[in-house]
Design a protein. Structure first.
Length: 93
């Protein structure tokens, strides 16, 4: 789904400069900014009990062990600056 928002010229210029600097899309810059905001302001990771966090890490490791393709996809998605066309080619192999 495509959506449009109004952005003033100063923010638009900053967005363009960051996208060029990090060799990624403007959408990726916005996505990362939202994620950082959520991590700082909205989601308090310390609310997760250590026991639960450890179990989640073990479950993730087990999924990655049983499904290396899934791990490769997650690793690829987490790389900064990847182009969507490169991603499509890499993951369809």
């Amino acid at each position: 789904m495509v959506s449009y928002v109004a952005i003033d010229d100063v923010i638009r210029q900053k967005l363009e400069m960051l996208a060029v600097k990090f060799d990624t899309t403007q959408a990726e810059i916005i996505r990362r900014a939202i994620w950082l905001f959520e991590m700082k302001e909205v989601i308090n990771q310390e609310q997760i009990p250590p026991r639960v966090k450890k179990e989640l890490e073990k479950a993730t490791a087990l999924v990655y062990k049983n499904n290396p393709r899934r791990k490769r996809i997650i690793d690829t998605l987490n790389k900064p600056g990847i182009d969507i066309d490169d991603l499509r080619i890499t993951l369809s192999e």
